[in-house]
Design a protein around this ligand. Sequence first.
Ligand SMILES: CC(C)(COP(=O)(O)OP(=O)(O)OC[C@H]1O[C@@H](n2cnc3c(N)ncnc32)[C@H](O)[C@@H]1OP(=O)(O)O)[C@@H](O)C(=O)NCCC(=O)NCCS
Length: 240
Amino acid sequence: MANDHWPLFDLEVHTPRLTLRYLDDTLTSELLAVAKRGVHDPAVMPFIVPWTDLPSPQMEQEAMRFYARTRADIRPDAWNLQFAAIVDGDVIGSCDLGAKHFATLRQFQTGSWLGREFQGQGLGKEMRMACLLLGFDGFDAEFAQTGLWHDNAASLGVTQSLGYTEEGRRRELRRGVPDEMVGFRMPRAYRRSGATTSRFTGCLRLERSSGSDWLPLSDWWPSACGGFVRSHGARGQTEV
Ligand SMILES: CC(C)(COP(=O)(O)OP(=O)(O)OC[C@H]1O[C@@H](n2cnc3c(N)ncnc32)[C@H](O)[C@@H]1OP(=O)(O)O)[C@@H](O)C(=O)NCCC(=O)NCCS
């Protein structure tokens, strides 16, 4: 059933092997069971926020807070969309698209992780491609950005194989110690296709209904699913 009160719940991206589904509480619980089984070698922290260092059940409780807060905090000028990645009905990991002042800057950032048992099978790359599809073809972005610790070989592998270019390094705290984060970006023109059978469905309209400015939320939600997928109308789907 389409969700009229929070239309983002209808948003899905489909690739040949994966479905991205906007995170609800049930999917979040399944996702955290995957996280509990392990996301990375505990010796090396791949994230800026070291949430995987927390012991269970604190890790799950803090993550539930984070996902609920992220969903509640969505605003036209600053949003973050969290997804569960699903293969054959099972949640295998998560990715997110976020942006500030998207209507003007037209750029979005991505982040992602998979449970360890699902890594190294090309699924991380397919998940990133799904994010790029949604950002570029769904939201009409001009640039995609991502960031990773300088020694994150798997994330670097995904990023480089998709044709991003490095855009600079910055010093950040990693488990309380200074380290180097590398930023990458991709203009929409450089996106390599490869996701020929992919498609997205559901709510896609995050902005635009009043030209270059976002609408206030009260006006924005009711019209949120109208028209972005232009040729198919509300709640349509696009094959790319
Ligand atoms: C990062 C992550 C999402 C990548 O997903 P993945 O499924 O493991 O990666 P894939 O199998 O899709 O590999 C994609 C590419 O990277 C390369 N790659 C993957 N792991 C690699 C490694 N450890 N070293 C070098 N290259 C690697 C692959 O060869 C592939 O390149 P190709 O397409 O040119 O053949 C996943 O490893 C993960 O969740 N890691 C832990 C959390 C994390 O680091 N998140 C990102 C924080 S920035």
